[in-house]
Design a protein around this ligand. Structure first.
Ligand code: GRF
Length: 206
């Protein structure tokens, strides 16, 4: 499994997946990292890990179509077969979505379909969970489509909301769960335990 990452900010989920690849907990290879943010933690991490990395954005490519093509070209050039959105704050273009249909995963820090969609990112998600008085929240990994947070759900893990939680403490607890959960889901896809339409495993689920 060759992993291509798109990430806009810190890249801690990406790092957790890279670590799992290093220990062998996840039998996969990170092959490319793309960010729309030239000064993202994700690109810095990729540099430290000697993974090919690119800043691709409307600053480097003047139109959405050219940017879409550049992202697609980078993924293909590095022979990616699974695309990971790890805190990527932009929408993918139609060419990339079509070529990797069924093989693009996103992680969301709540139990979708609740607390998803436009504006539901970062600390806003956890603020909304607390404001709604939820007793539990969690992590969702889902396939990526043209709409935010709306593709088929591949896996969810619950996280308790504690009485004295602030948005920040809740975010920390959820993020910890994300770091453990994403590599596990990827390995279950790799070994064929979870089937997704765009990834051909060596051990198909019958
Ligand atoms: C995570 O909370 C993830 O669920 C969301 O964006 C955040 C990215 O964090 N999509 P990081 O960049 O992986 O640290």
């Amino acid at each position: 499994m060759k992993l291509g990452f798109l990430a806009s900010h810190n890249g801690s989920n990406m790092q957790a997946i890279i670590e799992a690849c290093k220990t062998g907990a996840l039998q996969a290879t990170p092959v490319v990292v793309i960010s729309n943010n030239a000064v993202s933690g994700a690109l810095a991490r990729a540099g430290r890990e000697s993974i090919p990395h690119y800043h691709l954005s409307l600053k480097t490519h003047p139109t959405p179509e050219l940017l879409d093509q550049a992202i697609l070209d980078a993924l293909i050039a590095h022979r990616v077969d699974m695309v990971i959105l790890a805190g990527y704050m932009k929408k993918l273009g139609v060419k990339t979505l079509t070529r990797f249909d069924g093989a693009i995963l996103n992680i969301h820090p709540a139990l979708l379909p609740k607390f998803g969609g436009q504006g539901m990112y970062g600390i806003h998600v956890h603020e909304a969970v607390l404001a709604a008085g939820e007793k539990e929240t969690g992590v969702t990994i889902h396939l990526v489509t043209e709409e935010y947070d709306s593709g088929a759900i591949i896996g969810q893990e619950k996280v308790p909301v504690l009485p004295d939680d602030t948005p920040q403490t809740l975010q920390e607890r959820v993020l910890k769960t994300e770091h453990a959960f994403f590599p596990r889901i990827l390995d279950r896809i790799r070994c064929g335990e979870i089937a997704i339409p765009g990834y051909r495993t060596m051990n198909p689920v019958t």
